[in-house]
Unconditional design. Structure first.
Lengths: 249, 94
């Protein structure tokens, strides 16, 4: 009795996307959302061995900042717990950027080159070696691949009637995505989030479309949106397999 | 995934599923409730404010002589089919 799903992209970039899914239950939608945030693993710097730190910050503070630098994560080639060695050596006056981090594996590199780590003045130096470890967001927020993942109902807009000739029309603010009476799917940004801009002088009825959810997914660059979504689905599926095997033995 | 059966009769099952949280349990519960033979299904991650128990306890009640363990196995299969079909639909849209 596998349900039939229908997926339609509304916005699509490498790190950011908005897509509509029909045929979902709220439980499933939330399961995917939670899996994208907490269960899809990413690489993150975990243990740092400082050779020299004459900057104005303590080792611990720099280590925390390093943990938050997104690293690209090719999940086909690594397993949870795998480590990749990274290193950095910057001498002031200069700013140490994430792009200065060198890694022992060309597959695992900083997703952005321009994340500042610390500004070094004349005579200050930062040199360390560190282990980037693959783990889940559940373990520590620095391992979250999905930075902003959420969903809301698709809203169907229906034109009921014209507004009375002498009535004032109040603004009708909506967020997310609407389905027009012609079945067109439109982002509310397109009409400045005010339905009266799109349907001036009309009386409107807005209802949630059952089973239709619009996901907004944004990643930190360690994974692409496609990868994140598919991995989250696989994560739930593999646990179901595990449960099935454990029960039927 | 470690399972511990707490209580089991012909129509009822209480089982602890170690290491899981709302992410999977709620999906599983949703799938169980879709099944014809399941009359009740729920889970609790902190039963009676137990103060230490944080692994979810799943409760299933079945009817029509269906073994609740079979119902659970079927629900697990159904979750897999659902996620696969979602992945297919997503890939088709990419």
């Amino acid at each position: 009795m596998a349900q039939e799903f229908d997926v339609e992209f509304i916005e699509r970039e490498d790190r950011k996307a908005r897509f509509l899914v029909r045929g979902l239950t709220p439980a499933l939608a939330n399961g995917f959302r939670r899996a994208m945030i907490a269960d899809v693993p990413t690489f993150s710097i975990d243990t740092v061995r400082f050779t020299e730190n004459s900057s104005v910050m303590f080792d611990e503070m720099i280590a925390l900042r390093l943990g938050l630098v997104p690293l690209t994560t090719p999940l086909d080639d690594f397993e949870i717990g795998d480590a990749v060695t990274v290193a950095l050596d910057v001498e002031g006056p200069a700013t140490a950027y994430s792009g200065d981090i060198e890694t022992s594996d060309a597959l695992v590199v900083p997703a952005d080159e321009n994340v500042p780590i610390i500004e070094l003045k004349e005579g200050q130096r930062l040199e360390f070696e560190a282990d980037a470890v693959l783990d889940r967001g559940k373990e520590h927020a620095k391992h979250q691949g999905g930075v902003s993942v959420g969903f809301r109902h698709l809203q169907a807009v229906e034109v009921v009637d014209d507004v009375g000739e002498f009535d004032d029309q109040e603004p009708q603010i909506l967020r997310g995505v609407i389905e027009t009476p012609d079945g067109e799917v439109v982002l509310t940004d397109e009409f400045d989030n005010d339905l009266t801009n799109r349907y001036p002088g009309k009386e409107l009825d807005v209802t949630d479309v059952p089973g239709a959810y619009v996901f907004h997914v944004e990643t930190d660059g360690s994974l692409s949106v496609d990868e994140l979504v598919l991995r989250a689905a696989e994560e739930l599926g593999s646990r179901a397999d595990e449960l099935h095997d454990a029960v039927t033995v | 995934m470690e399972l511990r059966v707490i209580e089991k009769t012909e129509t009822e099952l209480r089982i602890e599923i170690a290491g899981e949280d709302h992410t999977f349990m709620n999906v599983l519960k949703g799938e169980l409730l879709e099944a014809e033979a399941v009359s009740a299904a729920t889970y609790d991650v902190n039963p009676e404010q137990s103060g230490g128990q944080t692994d979810p306890v799943l409760s299933i009640t079945t009817e029509d002589g269906t073994d609740p363990l079979d119902a659970l196995a079927d629900a697990a299969t159904a979750v897999r089919e659902t996620t696969d079909s979602f992945a297919d639909a997503f890939e088709a849209a990419v």
